[in-house]
Design a protein around this ligand. Structure first.
Ligand code: PGA
Length: 250
């Protein structure tokens, strides 16, 4: 069984004071918890440096929510993977459905960003997932398969990568996929990952579930076969809830 990763996606929330307060509370609460899982938080860009200072020396890793595929250049408003590494990040979320939807990011761009992240020594967390319409049309498996094939970087054999399956209709809605649906999709992603990355890396790839993960459903979701952790949005903004999720790992 792979060691679980519990990742918090803070999205576009919080000011500096709130972020520092949240990070400080997480450090304090997780100190008292058995370190049975890896824990990561992903604040907005401008809060990475102050949060990094608070997390220093704790078991909580730092990640960002996006990066540009180029290392530097005339790209106003963008942030590159080497910049994130410089700010103390070890991970970066890529291809989140909110970026695919609001910024029209295709999977090919997600793959380029993932390769840039790996070149900078970061672990990309590649998000994939179907919409409600795609699920009701019965093509969720095919949509997820295409997204995975087109966005998972396979060139760098020794570089870490994580996949997050997040059904779009479950994000921020309070709806979660049933344990059976999660088991079926994660088994599908595992099989494809083994095909794409080879037996060892495919088996070791961490596949997170995301979409309305809360303290009251986390334990059940984290027990499902091939669920190697969670990508948590709303509940990651409350220290007690996020720590309860991290503490739900079997
Ligand atoms: P949610 O968000 O937990 O608020 O549904 C998850 C995500 O978007 O990663």
């Amino acid at each position: 069984m792979n060691r679980k990763l519990i990742a918090g996606n803070w999205k576009m929330n919080g000011n500096r004071g709130e972020a520092e307060g949240l990070a400080g509370n997480l450090v304090a609460l997780l100190k008292g918890q058995k370190a049975g899982s890896d824990v990561l938080v992903c604040p907005p860009f401008h809060l990475l440096a102050p949060v990094a200072e608070i997390l220093a020396g704790s078991r909580i890793a730092l990640g960002a929510q996006d990066c540009h595929p180029e290392p530097s250049g005339a790209f106003t408003g963008d942030v590159s993977a080497p910049m994130l590494a410089d700010a103390g990040c070890s991970h970066v979320i890529l291809g989140h459905s909110e970026r695919r939807q609001h910024h029209s990011e295709p999977s090919e761009l997600v793959m380029q960003k993932a390769l840039a992240a790996q070149a900078a020594g970061l672990c990309p967390i590649i998000c994939i997932g179907e919409t409600e319409a795609e699920r009701s049309q019965g093509c969720a498996g095919a949509v997820v398969e295409l997204q995975l094939r087109q966005s998972l970087p396979i060139e760098w054999a020794n570089q870490d990568v994580v996949v997050a399956y997040e059904p779009v209709w479950a994000i921020g809605t309070g709806k979660t996929a049933t344990d059976d649906d999660v088991a079926e999709m994660h088994a599908h992603i595992r099989k494809l990952s083994i095909e794409l990355l080879g037996a060892k890396r495919g088996a070791e790839l961490r596949i997170l579930y995301g979409g309305s993960v809360k303290p009251d459903n986390a334990a059940d979701l984290l027990r499902v076969a091939n669920v190697d952790g969670a990508l948590v949005g709303g509940a990651s903004l409350k220290a007690a809830d996020f720590c309860a999720i991290a503490g739900s790992c079997p």
